[in-house]
Each structure stands twice: as C-alpha cells, then as structure tokens.
Design a binder for this molecule. Structure first.
Ligand code: NAP
Length: 333
C-alpha cells in the first residue's frame, strides 16, 4: 500500500495526545516524515516518540518548502488555520487541519474559498463527525427507530479548573476564537447533533461568563429549531458542572446516548445498542488518506461541513448580543 507522507505542524497537546496514537495505528498507510512547531524543542521531543524518526524543521515554512511531505497535519491555535492552509496549498500540499475551521465565520469563508480554488484536499478534522455512536444513532433515527424525531436535549458540563492543560495554553487564555471554549468544544457538539438530526435552521441563546480565568463566556443555553421540524435545547458549560445528557425524543420512542451505548425505549421494546468504543481520530485520518490517495469524496471533512458547525455557534452569539432569534443562514450574509 502506498504510504502518505505526512508532516505535523504544531506539536502541542492535540498532536501528541490525539493525533500521534491514531497515526501510529495507521502506520501501514501514513508515515510521519517531518515535524515543525513554534518551539523547535517541542518538535524534537515529539520526534523521539515516532519510529522511524521524522525530520525536524526550524519552521513550518521551511518544512513546507522542503518537499519531504505530500500532506500536512495542522494542529495549531485556531487563528492560524486560514494562513497556514493557504501556505500549504501554495506548496501543493494536501491539508488536514484541526477544528474549528477558523476563529469566526469571516475567516471560515476564507478557508472555504481556499478549498474551492484548489485541486488539493482541504480536510477539517472534526472527530465527532466520525464517532461511531453518533453515526449509529443517526441510522437508527433515519430508520424510524424512535418515530419522527421531535426533541433533543444535549447537556455537556465540565468545570475546567485553572490548572487544566487546555486552559493553560496561551491562546486559550485570551481567546480570539469566538466565545472561547463555547466554539472550541461547541463545534464538536454541533457536528454530532447535525450528524444525528440534520441541519439547524434557527437558534436563540444566552451566554454567561462564570469563571474569569476562562477568558470568555464559558456557559451557554441555546434553543434550536432543526430543518426537519424538531426542536431542542443545547446546554454547555466549562465554568459549572451539573451533569451530562444526550436524549433524542421521537413520536414513537426515546433514545439516550451514554458514552458508546445507545438506549432505546419504545412502547413495544427496550433495546441497548453498544457501539465500538473510539474517539474518531483514527477514522478521520483514515478517511483523509482515502480522500487523498483514492479520490474518495470528502463528505465528512469538507470546509463546508465545518463552516456549518461554526455558523451555529456564531448565530448563538449573535442571538445573545442582539436578543433575538437568529436564522443560521443569515450568518453567511
Ligand atoms: P496547543 O497545545 O497550544 O498546541 C498548538 C501548537 O502549535 C503548540 O505546540 C505551538 O507552539 C504550535 N504553534 C503555535 N504557533 C505556531 C507557528 N507559528 N508555527 C508552528 N507551530 C506553532 O493547542 P492544542 O490543544 O494542541 O490545540 C491545537 C489544535 O487542535 C486546535 O485547533 C484545537 O482546537 C485542536 N484540538 C482538537 C481536539 C479534538 O478533540 N479534536 C482536542 C484538542 C485540541 P510551541 O511549539 O511553542 O508549543
């Protein structure tokens, strides 16, 4: 099998703890040939965890110009995504870049344009779109397993303390990405929600900042109206902790997602479906490989999909600021 020669740019938490384990399992398809980070030492350290040892470059520019890689994996502060994607495409490199696509919709549109005007692959790595439990839930819903889906409750709360490794990253302390963790983590939840229930038409939201050290609003409650007519409530907090829940209620039954388990209750039946436990990282790199090497259609990693996730968050922020319901498509205007 022809291996993809991949370089990692940005050797922080995501590269080390999330990408590397997945890429190691894909070593028959993907070889990590080069690394670069802002601090060379970080790249040196990561190189010691990889066999064969990749080349370490002083800068991303030098790496991209070298010709050693055919694709780059960008695991950078979100604000850098558009410029680094642009550079990579100029050097004729395929790109897989971490979510969110950009810090806001203005920049997300730039990335979409870059993708549309290049024959190279631009793949936004949104691992939640690849998580089997959400894909399975979507199939059950589409097959009528709970009747017509009518209501969603998504509650995700986790108090991030001051010492949390993500809170400690300098670019998250003073976030330039919209509403800090609300977009950083929120795009994951919206991606999974859209996987299961389709696109969102309109939202209204309140946001609140509970913890000053989190740099931006850390708590959101958002009402959702889906294009399929379902409604729902999305609650997320990084400044408070009061439980987690993913429930989808249909006309014929209720579905609860707990980790990798789906519980379905209907008048006739009670069922528990267990899905292979994983995090989506292996699947996203494997899908990227198939898109680049075999011309598979980029359905799960396109800029257009990632832009739609961010668009919902930006609509929520607009709704809060202007105290009104916001149509998602109005964010594009
Ligand atoms: P991080 O630990 O701060 O890593 C970012 C890395 O980029 C750092 O190592 C940093 O430099 C490097 N960097 C900054 N400016 C650079 C430049 N100009 N050139 C080259 N390297 C540069 O942040 P993170 O948590 O890994 O997040 C990175 C990305 O991954 C973000 O997009 C985030 O949203 C995403 N992420 C996704 C998940 C997920 O579940 N899918 C989870 C976490 C993060 P140094 O070399 O100085 O350290």
């Amino acid at each position: 099998m022809e291996k993809l020669r991949l370089a990692i740019i940005g050797c922080g938490i995501a590269a080390r703890e999330l990408h590397l384990p997945a890429l190691k399992r894909l070593r028959d398809r993907i070889e990590i040939v080069a690394l670069a980070s802002r601090t060379r030492e970080k790249a040196e350290q990561l190189s010691l965890m990889i066999e064969p040892k990749p080349r370490v470059f002083d800068s991303a520019d030098e790496l991209m110009a070298s010709g050693v890689a055919e694709a780059v994996d960008l695991a950078l502060p979100t604000i850098l995504n558009p410029d680094f994607i642009e550079k990579a495409l100029k050097y004729n490199l395929h790109v897989i870049a971490e979510k969110p696509i950009a810090i806001d919709m203005k920049n997300a549109k730039k990335v979409l344009n870059l993708e549309n005007n290049s024959d190279k692959t631009v793949y936004i790595a949104e691992n939640y779109r690849h998580i089997p439990v959400f894909q399975k839930a979507a199939r059950i819903i589409n097959d009528g397993g709970i009747g017509k889906p009518a209501f969603l409750v998504w509650k995700s709360t986790k108090l991030m303390d001051k010492e949390d490794k993500y809170v400690q990253t300098s670019w998250r302390k003073k976030p330039l990405h919209i509403a800090g963790f609300i977009s950083d983590a929120g795009v994951h939840h919206i991606a999974a929600t859209r996987t299961m229930l389709g696109d969102i038409e309109e939202v209204s939201a309140y946001l609140k900042r509970v913890r000053n050290y989190l740099g931006a609003e850390d708590t959101i409650t958002m009402n959702l109206l889906f294009e399929n007519g379902a409604i729902g409530n999305y609650i997320a907090s990084y400044g408070l902790e009061f439980g987690n829940e993913i429930s989808i209620i249909g006309t014929e039954g209720n579905m609860y997602i707990e980790g990798n388990i789906i519980k379905i209750f209907t008048a006739r039946d009670q069922k528990t479906v267990e899905v292979q436990d994983n995090d989506g990282f292996l699947e996203e790199f494997s899908d990227f490989y198939n898109v680049v090497k075999f011309g598979k259609e980029n359905l799960l990693g396109s800029s257009a999909q990632a832009l739609k996730d961010l668009m919902v968050i930006e609509a929520a922020v607009k709704s809060f600021k202007e105290r009104k319901h916001v149509k998602i498509t109005s964010i594009l205007e």
